[in-house]
Design a protein around this ligand. Sequence first.
Ligand code: TXA
Ligand code: MG
Length: 306
Amino acid sequence: MRITIDEALALFLHDEVVAIPTETVYGLAAPITSSKAIEKVFSLKRRPSSNPLILHVKNAAECAKYTASLLPHFEALTECFWPGPLTLIVPVKTELVPSIARAGLSTCGFRMPLHALTQELLERCPPLVAPSANLSGRPSGTKPEHIEADFGISFPILDGGISVLGLESTILAFQEGRWRLARQGALSQEALHSVLGYTPTYLQVNEKPICPGQLFRHYAPNTRLLLSENAIGDYIVGFSDRSYPEAKKVFSLGSSSSAEQVAKNLYDTLRKLDLETIAEASVDMNIPSDGLWSTIRERLIRAANQ
Ligand code: TXA
Ligand code: MG
């Protein structure tokens, strides 16, 4: 069900959850002031309570109200990349953020999304927790139809069109004097280098990634995906500018020369496989490894991981 900003605000006052558009993917939003609505986010998504949510703020000043300390480069990063696809995990004043949203951690991820409707909403309500709008494990929702598929046609959606980037935000956490990559995302490591003066690398703590969500199976359609440099078979996930003469059907990710286009189409294409109940498809992995391609590659590897 498509709703207006006023209706979204009214639903929040009644401890309800609303799907909101962002430039990365849609979010399943609840106000930080409603533990009831936050609980609903976890149950709707069937998300383990050990997997914390990120907080969406209207600007960096709003974020500063919740943070317990100012980390090096924090201001430079927010000035350069907010609003936009960068989430920063920082220590918080725990009394201001419900424990359920943080999964009991003393840190919280913050992001200022770049979408006119959601920015207007955030001007008029408290910060919003919002994980990607999909059932846990499924490809993230990048358009209203995806949210309807996962949560039903009467689920309230603030319709902001198709997410322009199509991949989740890049997540950084500060560890041992440096910003580290907790999740690759729509902002490239190369772009981060330009501000930090170094390329953030993954940090593993006790051999586990620092981002709890990265432990789970993710971004996956029901269709089994076979990754290959020379994709063959009846069903191919491939590119519009390549030919796959043996295939019965090609599910196109767009042009192999545009990482932006492929990122934007990725989850929609994976969901199309399920709509046609395809049992198995080969994915053309003959793609570069730099910039946004690196994130696309990582998502496909996770989506194929049964
Ligand atoms: O682009 C995005 O980031 C989207 C849109 C809606 O903003 N949101 C999103 O949220 O992708 P979610 O919950 O699907 O993914 C957030 C990830 C999870 O893997 C979670 O484990 C991690 O962030 N995370 C959240 N808080 C954390 C914390 N305090 N420490 C470490 N990881 C955290
Ligand atoms: Mg997610």
